[in-house]
Write a protein that binds this ligand. Structure first.
Ligand code: HEM
Length: 201
């Protein structure tokens, strides 16, 4: 076992921008003076989540959905092993964490699109209620996600938060990804700037 590169740049930059975007959008939701910041934060969530979908098809090994999305049987089996405090090692995302990840990407897109629809006055009060409800649902999934990350870190004896920052985990040389894909990260930033510009223009 050695230190190997697992998370590419788009996954890491996207993750922390999405987490910051969600946090800022949540904190500025009720403020009139910080409304533009609320829109930018929501736009970042939308941009990252929409970039992540194609990246889940063409990204590096552990970014690909086929590496971590599993059926209900495997998810149940993994959760059972987790409750027995003996989950199997996974280099990328584990099958249970993958459920939260898919929900966060889906809810991220839905919440920000609903917010955008509100912004262009597609509908009134009821849409505001739905936007708030979906955002609340997302906060619940974020809480579960954080518990899962803490549990995974403890059970595997590996700091998963540090891995999401540095890109490195423990593994064998064959399990490492070859490139951190810096050029794709530049595309991600360009996509975020485009979405922010479009929504604020
Ligand atoms: C400070 C708060 C947060 C921490 C410490 C954190 C930590 C992490 C960690 C360690 C992983 C990798 C888990 C693994 O090894 O399988 C991860 C993945 C992920 N997290 Fe978070 N997270 C935070 C907040 C959020 C928020 C607020 C969101 C969504 C709004 C979010 C969405 C995601 C997504 C989508 C992934 C999958 C990354 C990818 O494959 O692209 N996280 N998070």
């Amino acid at each position: 076992m050695q230190k190997i590169l697992v998370w590419d740049w788009p996954v890491r930059i996207g993750h922390w921008l999405m987490a910051a975007g969600f946090g800022i959008a949540w904190l500025t939701a009720e403020s009139e003076s910080l409304h533009a910041l609320h829109i930018v934060a929501g736009a970042i969530v939308l941009a990252v989540a929409t970039f992540r979908l194609p990246w889940g098809l063409i990204g590096s090994r552990y970014a690909r959905f086929r590496d971590f999305v599993r059926g209900p049987q495997q998810i149940r089996a993994y959760l059972k092993q987790m409750l027995e405090l003996a989950p199997p090692e996974t280099v990328g995302h584990n099958p249970a964490g993958a459920v939260a990840i898919l929900l966060l990407l889906g809810l991220g897109i839905l919440t920000s699109l609903l917010g955008w629809a509100l912004e262009v006055e597609l509908a009134g009060h009821w849409l505001e209620e739905v936007h708030e409800f979906v955002a609340g649902l997302m906060l619940t999934v974020v809480a579960v996600h954080l518990l899962g990350v803490a549990a995974g870190s403890l059970l595997h004896g590996e700091n998963l938060v540090r891995a999401m920052l540095t890109g490195y985990k423990q593994g064998t040389a064959q399990q490492a990804i070859r490139s951190a894909r810096p050029f794709a990260a530049v595309l991600l930033i360009a996509w975020i700037v485009t979405i922010c510009w479009y929504l604020l223009r």
